[in-house]
Design a binder for this molecule. Structure first.
Ligand SMILES: Nc1ncnc2c1ncn2[C@@H]1O[C@H](COP(=O)(O)OP(=O)(O)O)[C@@H](O)[C@H]1O
Ligand SMILES: O=c1ccn([C@@H]2O[C@H](COP(=O)(O)OP(=O)(O)O)[C@@H](O)[C@H]2O)c(=O)[nH]1
Ligand SMILES: [Mg+2]
Length: 213
């Protein structure tokens, strides 16, 4: 507990921050279409897109020790330690003027979720889940062709395993709280976005003020 009259600390900032931020988590297997659809949500519904995989990628370019560690984790298809990921994510949220966020590809496991709840303290309005069969994910991963080091057959198998073992339980957790909006992701980009639009129009996230933990 702080004594009265102390200067605001970093912790104070995050407390205030969590009172105004509005969050939708976007989850789904690798190549289920998250990165394709998120810019459309930005354009139509005024959210800021935070792709956690890309934020981590930027950190690898900094040449820091964390950057090297992140590169190795990604190459092995593993989930980067949560204190690193959440630190980077929280910084991006605090630096944004817009406080309505779609957070793409996070939380990927229980540790991610617990760390986010403890430090960012924002309860997501809902989780958008891109449901897509594994065979389709594999087809898309092998033809994504964006020069990603982790889109190789060995890492792809590992990422699919990590998704099933660690991320599906997070989706099930939010499902038990009635917070999952499931989208059939094995259709055209336009059809998928039609369904997403219906969800955002119906639930109107970000309109009722923040939901804090
Ligand atoms: N609805 C879709 N149908 C077919 N291919 C798609 C669809 N949505 C995305 N893709 C393609 O699948 C690959 C993975 O999409 P991406 O948006 O990067 O997925 P994620 O961010 O979930 O990994 C890309 O090559 C993309 O062009
Ligand atoms: O919260 C996150 C998000 C991503 N990653 C790492 O970044 C990689 C790529 O994530 P991204 O979301 O870009 O992959 P996608 O699902 O789009 O293929 C993952 O395999 C993980 O190694 C992570 O460790 N924690
Ligand atoms: Mg992506």
């Amino acid at each position: 507990m702080e004594s009265p009259g102390e200067f605001p600390t970093q912790k104070d900032t995050s407390k205030n921050f969590s009172n105004e931020a509005s969050v939708v988590f976007v989850l789904g297997g690798p190549a289920s279409g998250k990165g394709t659809q998120c810019p459309k949500i930005v354009e139509h519904f005024g959210f800021t897109h935070l792709c956690v995989g890309e934020l981590l990628e930027e950190e690898t370019k900094s040449g820091s020790e964390n950057g090297k560690m992140i590169r190795n984790f990604k190459l092995e298809g593993k989930i980067v330690p949560s204190e690193v990921t959440v630190g980077i994510l929280q910084q991006a949220m605090q630096q944004s003027e817009n406080k309505k966020f779609i957070i793409d590809g996070f939380p990927r496991n229980e540790e991610n979720l617990a760390t986010f709840e403890k430090t960012v303290k924002v309860e997501p309005e809902f989780v958008l889940f891109f449901d897509c069969p594994e065979e389709e994910l594999k087809r898309r991963l092998l033809s994504r062709n964006q020069g990603r080091a982790d889109d190789n057959p060995v890492t792809i198998e590992k990422r699919l395993e990590v998704f099933k073992e660690s991320t599906l339980p997070i989706i099930n957790y939010y499902s038990s709280k009635g917070k999952v909006q499931k989208i059939n992701a094995q259709r055209s980009v336009e059809q998928v976005f039609d369904d997403i639009s219906n969800v955002f129009s119906k639930l109107n996230p970000g309109s009722r003020g923040a939901s804090t933990i």
